[in-house]
Design a protein around this ligand. Sequence first.
Ligand code: MN
Length: 312
Amino acid sequence: MSWMGFGTYDDGAGLKPALALGEKLYDLQQVLKAGAPPAKQEWLAPEGVRAMLGDWQEAQAWLKAAAPLAEGRAQEGGLKPVPDAARIAPPYVPQRIFCAASNYAEHASEMGTELAAKAQSKPYMFLKLSNTVIGDGDTILMPPETRMLDWEIELAAVIGKRGRRIPVEDALSHVAGYTVINDISARDLNVRSDYPFKHDWFQGKCHDTFAPIGPWIVPAWQIPEPQAVRMRLDVNGEPMQEDTTANMIWTVREQISYLSTIVTLEPGDVVATGTPTGVGMGRGIYLKSGDRLVASIEGIGRLSNEVKAEAL
Ligand code: MN
């Protein structure tokens, strides 16, 4: 089978789940009409992608059967893609986004972060809330409280199987798929000097629109080794970040295992696995209104967002 993804679009009449084939979206309802095997009704609803993640064993079998059929029908002209004018929505709005801080050695050093040896350490995770989530093409709003708005491309793992105290070697069996996340950060708001607590991850990371995600989810079977994936982020057409997930300190497997010692991981949870070197802070440059960010990960897709000052 060729490459495929699944996500959500908005044609003006509401959110609808879709298959992504060759960078085009195909409405799930139309895929069924074209002769795909029967799907569960919940998968066709506006929250269909979330329902599929909650039912991943069955949903992935269906996707594996439906995608080649849809591809064949599309080639024959019997199945049309959704119009280019349709907005790509976030694949779904995760309730919990767990994010790894300082997970690439070169990024740690550009930020002036000194890390303990891995053997004496564990992952450092923080949370982004669901209000941060936007999709491909949506606008990142720059709040007036920050002068240091920054970008962070990251591979995001989407959980498809519940688990607590997941062994490292089983961790990838809990991943339904992967997507791209841009962990937008207000560097000046992420630190505090008016309290004894030096960091304020909530204020630095959780403003509305601070998590572009998408453009769709690629099932995990298409990325069998998440530690060998190339990623790149451009600002106004200039490459800023270019690296591979091979340079992570804590692997995707280790992060999932660690998180599951604290919480029961649930289908639909997202793990943003950390950003490589090349962020604005390391370069002494920050985002301004009108800047265009393109975050792309090999085998997944491109996530494009423009920055605009928040209207007061
Ligand atoms: Mn990050």
